[in-house]
Design a protein around this ligand. Structure first.
Ligand code: ADP
Length: 464
């Protein structure tokens, strides 16, 4: 129980706050206490010093006899308990000792080190335990005298001060603990709110909960905002993952069913040639399957930064040349004008040729897929703003505004193309490959007028 309590942050903060408060209070009190004690002692010393003048005057006026008479009168006036006096000649003979029944065996008389400067000292009064005295030792002529007074009032005052301090420290501690506990809980309330949401998410499947922001702009508010942001990311990742699983299941179901039908046909048919034909079809279908699975793996690796890139210096003009050759037949067959405008000068970039070519071919493939006969596809490349730009424009069907943000998602296919041959994976693979190179893909499109996809890659290696 105590161990649990000690782990509690609010408790630890309160404890620290109270200890610091207590130390500060003790320090301040000690300074005041010492200072007051010093001032009181100084006052006593000044009074004692004043008294020595009267002794000198009595000695000057009446000689030895006058001094003794004055001493007797003084002792009588103040009472032997409140004043003690002794006098000694230079030869060591004691000249006078006042009534010491209430003083007892006090320390022996000591001459000041400088005869002209009176010396002060404090000592305990043996006959009155707990009480101290202050004395002044001085010369009157050649007689050494010591005058002592009990410092009763001062000691009482100091005791009062200590008493007041003990009450003060108790109050201060109660106040420090209460304020500390209140402040600690108040500042940690934001944290508790975050913990509450995290706990409720951990115990359910609902990722939609968010920590309410206070709008104070403090560290806890920004922690809550970051926490909410993180929850948003996790929620969309989980949704994306679940959509992807749905799509994979959906997309693989049809070809699997087809493979099954082909296999059945192969088994049931009597003709060996027909069976061979079915097997060839099954092989094609399996290859397509394989290609899709590889693409999914590549996208995942690229997204998690695990994709191994084998980079080399590549001239973009060669990429465009290869692409032109690859799509020449398709262009002719679909009656689409394919215009390729390579840069005049060599345009070297350092990339994984296979991956960048794959990205470009996926984009070109779409351009041809979504452009009707009689349309045109343009492929251009240039260097600008420190980047290599490779752009594919078409005069095809275009993409509705609401869909533009989705087309790079895995397995996204517009309804228009769902029935077609596309798998909804070409663009997300293209983007994953380009981003793995530190580049980006952008798209501009207008329904009915066409689309332009641009790959942009850093060229810092190229110029070296
Ligand atoms: P798919 O295999 O279906 O082409 P992609 O990831 O390559 O998958 O493309 C996703 C979707 O983006 C396509 O289904 C299509 O709706 C849209 N799209 C891509 N390129 C174009 C384009 N040039 N013109 C019109 N729509 C396009």
């Amino acid at each position: 129980m105590w161990g649990e309590f000690r782990k509690n942050l609010a408790f630890r903060l309160t404890f620290l706050h109270s200890v610091l408060f207590g130390i500060a209070f003790v320090l301040v009190f000690s300074v005041i206490y010492l200072w007051v004690g010093y001032v009181l002692l100084k006052n006593t010393d000044v009074d004692l010093l004043d008294d020595t003048k009267d002794f000198e005057e009595a000695n000057a006026g009446g000689g030895m006899a006058g001094l003794v008479a004055y001493i007797d009168a003084e002792i009588e006036d103040n009472g032997p308990a409140n004043m003690f006096l002794r006098a000694m000649r230079t030869d060591g003979n004691i000249l006078y000792v006042s009534d010491n029944t209430q003083w007892g065996d006090i320390p022996p008389l000591q001459a000041p080190s400088d005869p002209r400067v009176p010396a002060f000292r404090s000592f305990a009064i043996p006959e009155r335990p707990g009480l101290s005295a202050r004395s002044i030792t001085f010369y009157v002529g050649d007689i050494l005298m010591e005058l002592a007074v009990p410092i009763e009032w001062e000691a009482g005052f100091m005791a009062e001060l200590r008493h007041a301090f003990s009450i003060g420290v108790a109050f201060t501690l109660i106040l420090a603990v209460s304020i500390g506990w209140f402040m600690a809980n108040r500042s940690l309330s934001g944290m508790k709110e975050i913990e509450k949401v995290a706990r409720s998410i951990a115990g359910s499947t609902d990722l939609g909960k968010r920590v309410p922001l206070k709008g104070s702009g403090d560290e806890l508010d920004s922690l809550a905002a970051t926490f909410n942001l993180m929850l948003g990311r996790i929620e969309s990742s989980v949704r994306e993952l679940s959509d992807m699983m749905d799509n994979i299941a959906h997309d693989l179901k049809t070809p699997l069913a087809r493979i099954r039908v082909m296999a059945e046909t192969g088994i049931e048919g009597r003709d060996v040639e027909d069976a061979r034909g079915s097997l060839v079809q099954i092989m094609d279908e399996v290859d397509r399957f394989h290609a899709i699975l590889n693409a999914i793996l590549d996208i995942s690796e690229a997204r998690t930064g695990l994709l191994q890139l084998v980079t080399a210096k590549v001239d973009v003009r060669d990429l465009l040349d290869d692409a032109e050759k690859l799509f020449a037949d398709a262009a002719k067959a679909q009656a689409i004008h394919f215009h390729v405008s390579p840069p005049v000068d060599p345009m070297p970039i350092e990339v994984d040729r296979g991956r960048i070519m794959q990205a470009l071919l996926n984009i070109l493939d779409n351009a041809f897929k979504f452009t009707p006969a009689g349309g045109a596809v343009f492929l251009r490349a240039w260097v600008g703003e420190g980047l290599a730009h490779i752009c594919v424009s078409d005069t095809g069907v275009g993409i509705p505004k609401g869909e533009i943000s989705k087309i790079f998602e895995r397995f996204y296919r517009s309804d228009r193309s769902r029935s077609g041959a596309g798998r909804g994976i070409g663009l997300s693979l293209a983007r994953a490959f380009v981003e793995a190179h530190g580049g980006s893909i952008t798209v501009e499109s207008e329904v009915g007028r066409g689309s332009t996809f641009c790959i942009r890659l850093p060229i810092e290696y190229a110029t070296g």
